[in-house]
Structures are given as structure tokens and as C-alpha cells.
Design a protein around this ligand. Structure first.
Ligand code: NIG
Ligand code: FE
Length: 413
């Protein structure tokens, strides 16, 4: 065996290879006095309670979990990881009451990050993102989705996605790339948005697909950004090139984005702060994962998505950070988990599923990560906590201790 993790006081994990919805979202398998054996290829060979069978007892590395809690590695299913600059100057504007979309309409917001991202080289972008990834890893995130969307030219979008590709393998966090060329209409196409949409569909998407730089296509469907009809066109174009659809919908105004999920077969819909009952029904019909981003609500001082209603409606709920320089400069999935309990009123069990198995499903990885079961990657967190409730009850601290990625100890604290 490559690695044996023993003396686990409580092991908490959802089970299965697909998203959990409704009452299943709260189904967590608990093991007491547990152990995990990791095979040479970094996958889980066996999990058990009590005495370790002789065939698993010998390992190259043995980690004593000292009676602590172990969960699957956290999966952050929605980030804007790669960007130039920051936007701390916008905080004062926000405090004065200037709205997020007004800052954007005045050429700030996303467009200010676009200017900084265009100026940066691929290497500079990758170096900056690597720092963020190191912090995420320390906080227990072992897989992270990463969107483009701050380049908004063919070359600058490719540059962002190439930075993501470069980081896959040079540091431990596994990255899942999403093309988000339709994140905003760039300033130079303000008067000709139709031409920008053409470039996204006919130039960017084919290039991204040809270079194999993304698995998903996403659109910011919002007032003053892209309409529901435009979003549909862009996501359909992505599908033709094999990019699976995701959509930023109902973040600020309900303009029909979530309602598109069923007909598009969207893998996930994100934000959903003001999602309607029709939108929730569409996600249910489409088998779409609701990816809720509570730290963004918190930072924008907005209301919180109706995650409880989504669970009741049988829609699988994931929780992610939305890490980005504008609406959520936070990369702690632990903080988003806390808000999942305090603001969405989800239980610790529902939240654990939201950041592991359901998050994995939101990025089409539920067969390989998101739970602790034989055959899945040995992505694990040994917490500075005795039980699951404890990590949701405490907040504002990093409670992740040892982090293991594919069987290798990558953080020890
Ligand atoms: O998910 N809403 C659109 N995109 C990001 C924000 C990007 C930014 O402000 O830079 C989000 O919140
Ligand atoms: Fe986002």
C-alpha cells in the first residue's frame, strides 16, 4: 500500500457516483475508529472500522489521524481563479451604496479586471493563481474549477486557460477549466455586442475546443450583461464543440437564465440568489446541480439563495466560493460552508455533501472524487476537529489539518 491513514476518530462521507438530492443530500456515512488504505495509484483501496486487515496494514507511509475527523477533500466547483490585479478600491464605493452592476456599467468591475488581465503574461497570471491555490489547499480544497472571462479577446481568453493548464500538474490542486468568454461585453464592443457574441461563438469556442483548453462553457446571464436568449445561443454553440453548459443565473436580477437549464441540459446553474420557482423546477427537470455561492451574497450584502427550497424540490445543491476579485475576494470554502449552515439553514450533513459529492457532480467528477470509497481518488482532509458538527460550528478559523491529494500528504499543519 502507498499510504495508510489510521486512528480516525470519525470518518464522514457521502457515498456514490452521482449528485445527491432531496433527503439523500443529508445522507452521510459515518465510521468510528476508522482507517483508509490507499493503493499505489493514489486511489482508495479499502475503508473500514476497527482492526486493520493484514493485507492493508503494511504501507510506505502511515499517518496517525490521532482520533480526529476525516472527510473527502473539498471540491470548489466555481472560481474565477485566474486574473490580473485586485479591486480593493471598489470596497469604498460599495460602502457608499454604489451597486455592483453600476460599477460595471461605468467601466469598472469586471472590466477593470479585464484591463489588468490583458496586461499580464500567461506566466504572471499562473504565478498569481498559484499563490491562491496554495492557500486553498491549506484550507482543504483539493479540486477547483477555474473560469476564464477576464480576457475577452481570443488571445487573452486562451492565455487565461493556458495558465490554468500550466498549473495542472505543477501544484497539487486539480483544476477543471471552464470557458467564460461571455462574462461581459468588452468596452471595444459596447456599441456592437452582436459582433462580440459572434466572436465568442465562431472564434473563441472553436479555438478553445481545438486546443482542449476547457471542459465547460459558462455565460453571465444578467441585466446589462447577456440576455437569456444570448446565453442560450452561446451555450448551444459551446455544446456543438463539446463544451458542457454552465450558467451564471439569477445573481442579481431574475431574467430567465435558470429557466433555460432544462432545455440546455446544463450541468450546473450558479448563484441562483433570486431564482424563481420555475427556475428551480427547470433545474430539477434538467438534472442540473444548483451551485450556490453564499460568500458572494455575504460580500455583496445581498439576500441568500433559497437553497433549502432547492433541496426540498429535489435539486442537488452544491456550495462553492466564487473566488474572484470583485464580488467575492474569498477563497475559503470553509467560510462558504459556515454560511451554508447559518444562512441557507442546511444541516452539516447537507453542507458536507454540497462541497464534496455534489460539487464533484457540478464539474462532472462524481465518479472519481467527492467521497471516500474504494476506487475513488484518495483526496482527504484530516481536520483539527473531532466531528463534523465542530467544523460547521466554528467559523473564521482554518480547521483543516493534514491534506492528502491522491494519497500524497500535501499539507501538514
Ligand atoms: O460570479 N457574476 C459574474 N462573475 C463573478 C464576478 C466577477 C467579478 O466581479 O469580477 C461572479 O460573481
Ligand atoms: Fe462567478
Amino acid at each position: 500500500m502507498k499510504h495508510l491513514i489510521k486512528n480516525i476518530g470519525q470518518l464522514a462521507t457521502p457515498l456514490g457516483n452521482a449528485a445527491h438530492c432531496g433527503p439523500e443530500q443529508a445522507e452521510i456515512k459515518y465510521y468510528k475508529d476508522a482507517w483508509i488504505a490507499v493503493a499505489d495509484d493514489g486511489t482508495i483501496a479499502a475503508v473500514g472500522e476497527g482492526e486493520i486487515p493484514a493485507e492493508y496494514a503494511q504501507a510506505d507511509t502511515v499517518t496517525d489521524a490521532c482520533g480526529k475527523l476525516v472527510t473527502p477533500g473539498l471540491v470548489d466547483a466555481h472560481t474565477h481563479l485566474v486574473f490580473g490585479g485586485w479591486r480593493e478600491h471598489e470596497l469604498a464605493l460599495k460602502l457608499k451604496g454604489v451597486a455592483y452592476l453600476d460599477i460595471l456599467a461605468q467601466g469598472g468591475g469586471i472590466l477593470s479586471t479585464v484591463r489588468n488581465t490583458r496586461k499580464a503574461t500567461e506566466e504572471e497570471l499562473a504565478d498569481k493563481a498559484e499563490e491562491a491555490l496554495a492557500m486553498m489547499l491549506e484550507m482543504g480544497t483539493t479540486t477547483c474549477e477555474a473560469k476564464s472571462g477576464y480576457g475577452l479577446t481570443v488571445e487573452d481568453e486562451l492565455k487565461q486557460l493556458r495558465a490554468v493548464k500550466r498549473l495542472n500538474g505543477t501544484q497539487p490542486v486539480e483544476l477543471v477549466p471552464t470557458f467564460l468568454g461571455a462574462h461581459a461585453v468588452p468596452e471595444e464592443y459596447k456599441e456592437d455586442r452582436e459582433e462580440y457574441i459572434r466572436i465568442v461563438c465562431e472564434e473563441m469556442i472553436p479555438k478553445v475546443a481545438e486546443e482542449g483548453l476547457a471542459e465547460f462553457c459558462d455565460v453571465f446571464c444578467e441585466t446589462g450583461v447577456f440576455t437569456a436568449e444570448e446565453s442560450r445561443r452561446i451555450l448551444e454553440a459551446g455544446k456543438q464543440y463539446g463544451l458542457m453548459p454552465k450558467i451564471h443565473a439569477d445573481e442579481i436580477n431574475p431574467i430567465g437564465g435558470t429557466e433555460l437549464t432544462a432545455e440546455l441540459g446544463a450541468v450546473s446553474a450558479e448563484h441562483l440568489i433570486v431564482a424563481t420557482d420555475e427556475g428551480i423546477a427547470a433545474m430539477k427537470a434538467g438534472g442540473t446541480v444548483a451551485c450556490c455561492l453564499p460568500a458572494t451574497s455575504f460580500y455583496l450584502n445581498a439576500s441568500f439563495a433559497r437553497a433549502r427550497d432547492m433541496v426540498s424540490a429535489g435539486v442537488p445543491v452544491a456550495i462553492a466560493t466564487d473566488f474572484n476579485p470583485g464580488s467575492c475576494p474569498n477563497l475559503s470554502l470553509q467560510f462558504a460552508m459556515n454560511l451554508g449552515c447559518y444562512k441557507y439553514r442546511l444541516t452539516p450533513e447537507e453542507v458536507l455533501t454540497a462541497v464534496t459529492l455534489n460539487a464533484a457532480a457540478a464539474i462532472k467528477r462524481a465518479e472519481s472524487i467527492g467521497s471516500i470509497e474504494p476506487g475513488k481518488k484518495a483526496d482527504l482532509v484530516i481536520w483539527k476537529a473531532d466531528n463534523l458538527d465542530f467544523i460547521l460550528y466554528r467559523f473564521g478559523n482554518n480547521l483543516a489539518g493534514t491534506v492528502i491529494k491522491e494519497g500524497n500528504t500535501v499539507v501538514k499543519r
